[in-house]
Design a protein around this ligand. Structure first.
Ligand SMILES: Nc1ncnc2c1ncn2[C@@H]1O[C@H](COP(=O)(O)OP(=O)(O)OP(=O)(O)O)[C@@H](O)[C@H]1O
Ligand SMILES: [Mg+2]
Length: 253
């Protein structure tokens, strides 16, 4: 059975897509069978890994039940991927029936044995797409910028997780908060980390020991459509992600 991990934060631009791609590519480099799934109508993940985002089937076709999920998989060098579609943005209005929280979970069932890890990149919102991702997941990784507004958003995310645990997925766990674009050496960085740990502790969430430093390499890799591990295997930010993957594995994720 694959372990399903959602990378989620309702705040925009915190590093969800970057983290999904880097963790998927890094796990694949370690020999795991990995599928990355783009559940964000913006479609950034598909672009990032250089997948075909024009003519191939997308997760929208799958959720509409026009196509089985296994036929929407594109095999890329860095990982297997399922792209998204801008049409997903209409899903809130389009899917109103009972059980709509379970669409993705059901769609993933036939490929559960084909992969060790399935990573889901979620949109910056706590709507039905994110609920579908949480319902289908074992773990949530929460990338977070080290600032006070981001810390405040965690309580809202946590409430959504509690509701999903109650109604849709008892075994859902928040694996932890991953500080992104973080400067461990500055006073502000250390203060924010301390505050993050306090807030997280109240919610019984952990802040990962690993953190991701800021680097222009992250944006460069996206623009040349390569994973960090292929574009700059020795860059600090890539080593940060590798360390994070090591921590995930050590913690049983
Ligand atoms: N460690 C980093 N250092 C510097 N820039 C980064 C880093 N990680 C991500 N970025 C940049 O920050 C921007 C946002 O990152 P990303 O797209 O991963 O965030 P996101 O949470 O997926 O955004 P959205 O909410 O819009 O989906 C991108 O331009 C990306 O290149
Ligand atoms: Mg994104």
């Amino acid at each position: 059975m694959a372990k399903v991990i959602s990378v989620s934060n309702q705040k925009g631009g915190v590093g969800k897509t970057t983290t999904t791609c880097a963790v998927a590519a890094g796990l694949k480099k370690r020999g795991f069978r990995v599928l990355a799934l783009d559940l964000d109508p913006q479609g950034n993940l598909g672009f990032h890994v250089g997948a075909d985002t024009d003519t191939s089937a997308t997760i929208y076709d799958v959720l509409k039940e026009d196509m089985k999920l296994q036929y929407a998989i594109q095999k890329m060098p860095a990982m297997d991927v399922i792209t998204s579609s801008i049409l997903l943005s209409g899903i809130e209005l389009e899917f109103t029936g009972t059980g709509r929280e379970y669409l993705l979970k059901e769609a993933l069932e036939p490929v559960q044995e084909m992969y060790d890890y399935i990573l889901i990149d979620t949109p910056p919102a706590l709507g039905i797409l994110t609920i579908n991702a949480f319902t289908a997941s074992d773990f949530i990784v929460v990338p977070m910028l080290p600032d006070i507004f981001s810390l405040q958003g965690i309580a809202q995310l946590y409430e959504t997780v509690v509701r999903v645990q109650k109604y849709c997925n008892r075994s859902l766990m928040i694996a932890g908060i991953l500080l992104t674009r973080f400067s461990p050496t500055t006073l502000l960085g250390r203060e924010v980390r301390g505050t993050a740990e306090l807030i997280a502790k109240d919610l019984h969430i952990r802040v990962f020991d690993a953190y991701i430093r800021s680097s222009v390499v992250a944006g460069e890799a996206q623009s040349v459509q390569k994973s960090l591990f292929d574009y700059a295997p020795h860059a600090t930010v890539t080593r940060d992600y590798d360390k994070f993957i090591g921590e995930l594995l050590a913690k049983g994720v």
